[in-house]
Design a protein around this ligand. Structure first.
Ligand SMILES: [Ca+2]
Ligand SMILES: [Ca+2]
Ligand SMILES: [Ca+2]
Length: 333
């Protein structure tokens, strides 16, 4: 009883218990599980069906049969309510079937109607770009991606890949600066593209690529200060020949990585769109080091980092807490 009283007054549960729950809880990847497709605008043909949006291939599209704005859509069921706060569409890789604007409609049931809330996603762009769109977190089992305006001369609208993201519980997005890495293929595939908020393929300013960098491929990220890094999302280059199937994250407080804090190894294999959470590692710098599956011109479309928002117990905090407990007990006695 005494401990309960002390803990309540000192706020210890807020410090300790969530941290323990976070460490022992199952990891929640920020890339939301692939939903079940429960409907779509009529596809151009069987080769352009909606599942192509989730197959991790740049060579397969969903395209409607001239559906234009009204007739290009896909309805999705996540099986249970999921939190979503970002999404991106990698557009069809041409400049005529252009999604001028689109919406995300979300619903508690499988029927999408005028009473369901809507998020405006803005212009999608064209020619294989993937704009990361952020919005206030929603919790929904059903969502519908609906094109609202056509932006080009052809109406076989759709996309190459569609993904939904959720910031893991107990974390927030932390945007790093790219400070180094293996030489880029050329200026169109610059190192800075590894963390610029834009995904996609084939054109300048979207992805980082090396010229056959192999296992020499690496990118150094600077968080700006030492922070508790607790997770990431990795979007590789999407061409099958360019995939990195395994990599290390090397944590350091030295921009030259002469000393390191920790090294974690990951193996996404052929999965495109891969995220993990882990017990927070306090570090300022992170080196992404490719270790396997590095044919072609390896690199990445985008890396997203998550910082723990759960306070960590430290020696000074514990000292103050113990002192506070002593004072509190004395006052009560
Ligand atoms: Ca595809
Ligand atoms: Ca509804
Ligand atoms: Ca990028």
């Amino acid at each position: 009883m005494k401990n309960t009283t002390i803990n309540r007054h000192l706020g210890l549960p807020a410090v300790f218990f969530p941290a323990l729950a976070f460490l022992s809880g199952s990891a929640v990847a920020a890339v939301v599980t692939t939903p079940t497709i429960i409907g779509s605008g009529t596809p151009f043909s069987g080769s352009y069906s909606a599942p192509n949006l989730f197959d991790g291939s740049k060579d397969t599209d969903y395209a409607s049969q001239g559906g234009g704005a009204a007739g290009t859509w896909v309805a999705l069921d996540f099986g249970t309510a999921v939190s979503i706060d970002r999404m991106f569409l990698i557009t069809r890789n041409n400049n005529v079937d252009v999604v001028g604007g689109s919406q995300l409609i979300y619903s508690t049931d499988a029927t999408f109607d005028g009473s369901d809330p809507v998020i405006d996603l803005g212009a999608a762009g064209d020619s294989g770009i993937g704009k990361l769109v952020s919005f206030a977190s929603i919790s929904s089992r059903y969502v519908k991606w609906q094109v609202t305006t056509s932006g080009g001369p052809s109406n076989n609208l759709g996309g190459t890949e569609l993904r939904f993201l959720s910031t893991p519980a107990g974390t927030e997005i932390h945007n790093p600066t790219v400070i180094g890495g293996y030489a880029a293929y050329n200026g169109d595939y610059a190192l800075q593209n590894a963390a610029n908020g834009i995904l996609g393929t084939d054109y300048s300013g979207r992805e980082y690529a090396t010229n056959a960098g192999g296992t020499g491929t690496y990118v150094d990220f600077d968080m700006g200060s030492t922070i508790p890094i607790a997770g990431f999302d990795f979007f590789d280059r999407i061409g099958a020949v360019d995939r990195i199937t395994a990599f290390d994250l090397i944590f350091s407080n030295d921009p030259a990585f002469a000393t390191t804090v920790d090294t974690l190894s990951f193996a996404p294999g052929s999965q495109w769109g891969y995220g993990e959470t882990f017990a927070p590692v306090d570090a300022r710098y992170v080196r992404f080091q490719a270790t396997a599956g590095v044919g072609g011109n390896p690199g990445m479309q985008e890396m997203i980092f998550y910082k723990s928002t759960i306070p960590e117990p430290s020696v000074p905090v514990l000292g103050i807490s113990i002192l506070g407990a002593g004072l509190f007990i004395r006052r009560r006695s």
